[in-house]
Design a protein around this ligand. Structure first.
Ligand code: ATR
Length: 285
C-alpha cells in the first residue's frame, strides 16, 4: 500500500476537535488514502511546527483558535477570501512548494445557511453579534449573498465601527450600492430594530453567556445561528427558540461545510456533507 498523505488540524487546545473525525469520514466516503491527526500546538511554536510538518511530507493543515492569524502570516500566498478575513484556517502545499493560505469558514457558513437550511440571504437584514476574528471571517462571503443590510454589534463599540468601516469600501466585482450596507454599533443601538437573521459570532457562548438583546429584535420568520456548537444547545440557540425563531441553529453544519471546502482544496474531491452532519447530529442527542 502506498504511503498515506498526511494532514492535521493545529490548535490550542485541540483535544475536543471534531475535525479528525470529519476528515476521516470524508476520506472513507471518497476513497482517499490519507491520515488526518489533531496536534496541540501553542502559538509560540506554530511556525516551526508547521514548517516541520510540511518538511516531513505533510500536505495540508487546518488551523483553529488561536492560530488563524498566525497561519495568515505564515502563508506564502493567500486566496482573496483569506485576505478579507485576515485569517487562515486551511494551508496547502502547492506544486511549486509554496504554501497557500485559504479561509473556508465564511463559505462554510453560507453553504450551511443557504443549501442545508434553505435560509436565503438576498434582500435580508442581517445582524452579527461580535466583532472579533470569527466575524471578520464571515463578512465578505455574507456580503456576496446580497443582503440589504449587515449590522455588526459589539460590546466594545469601537471595534464594530472600525470593522464596518473596513468593509464599507470593499471592492467586490459586480457589486453596487455597497455604501451603507455594513454598519457597526453597540448593543444599545439595537433597540427598536428588527433583523431577519441574527448570527452570534461572540465567544460568549463558550461561557454559556449571551449578549444583551432587546425583545422583538427578531423579525417574523427570522432565524438565529450560533457559529459555536456544543452537545447541548448553546445559550444563543436557546434564546432563539424562546424568541420564536423560525430556525435556531448552531454551527455544527458550518464546521462540516468549512471542512468539506478544505478537503476539496486539498484533494479536488467534493465529499457529501449531509451524511456527515446527520451522523454527528445523531451522536449528540
Ligand atoms: P473570535 O476569534 O472567536 O472572534 P475574539 O477575536 O476574541 O474571538 O472575539 C470575541 C468576540 O466576542 C468579541 O467581539 C467580544 O467582544 P469585545 O470585543 O467587546 O471583547 C465578544 N464577547 C466575548 N464575550 C462576550 C460577552 N460575554 N458578551 C458580549 N460579547 C462578548
Amino acid at each position: 500500500m502506498s504511503e498515506q498523505d498526511k494532514y492535521a488540524v493545529f490548535g490550542y487546545p485541540i483535544k475536543h476537535s471534531k475535525s479528525p473525525r470529519i476528515h476521516s469520514l470524508f476520506a472513507q466516503q471518497t476513497d482517499q488514502n490519507l491520515v488526518y491527526t489533531a496536534e496541540e500546538v501553542p502559538a509560540e511554536n506554530f511556525a516551526e511546527t508547521a514548517k516541520d510538518f510540511f518538511k516531513h511530507g505533510g500536505c495540508g493543515i487546518n488551523c483553529t483558535v488561536p492560530l488563524k492569524e498566525l497561519a495568515f502570516k505564515f502563508a506564502d500566498q493567500l486566496t482573496e477570501r483569506a485576505q478579507f478575513a485576515k485569517a487562515v484556517n486551511t494551508l496547502v502545499v502547492e506544486i511549486d512548494g509554496r504554501v497557500l493560505g485559504d479561509n473556508t469558514d465564511g463559505v462554510g457558513l453560507v453553504r450551511d445557511l443557504t443549501v442545508n437550511h434553505h435560509i436565503g440571504l438576498a434582500g435580508k437584514r442581517l445582524l452579527i453579534l461580535g466583532a472579533g476574528g470569527a466575524t471578520r471571517g464571515i463578512i465578505e462571503p455574507l456580503m456576496a449573498e446580497n443582503p440589504v443590510q449587515i449590522v455588526i454589534a459589539n460590546r466594545t463599540v469601537e471595534k464594530a465601527i472600525n470593522m464596518a468601516a473596513e468593509f464599507a469600501n470593499v471592492d467586490l466585482p459586480g457589486f453596487k450600492n455597497l455604501e451603507g450596507l455594513v454598519h457597526g454599533c453597540g448593543f444599545a443601538e439595537l433597540e427598536n430594530r428588527q433583523f431577519d437573521l441574527i448570527l452570534n459570532a461572540t465567544s460568549a457562548s463558550l461561557s454559556n453567556d449571551l449578549p444583551p438583546l432587546p425583545p422583538n429584535i427578531l423579525a417574523e420568520n427570522g432565524c438565529c445561528y450560533d457559529l459555536a456548537y456544543g452537545n447541548e444547545p448553546t445559550a444563543f440557540v436557546k434564546w432563539g427558540l424562546e424568541n420564536h425563531a423560525a430556525k435556531s441553529l448552531d454551527g455544527l453544519g458550518m464546521l462540516v461545510e468549512q471542512a468539506a471546502e478544505a478537503f476539496y482544496l486539498w484533494r479536488k474531491v467534493q465529499p457529501n456533507t449531509q451524511t456527515v452532519i446527520n451522523l454527528l447530529n445523531s451522536e449528540r442527542k
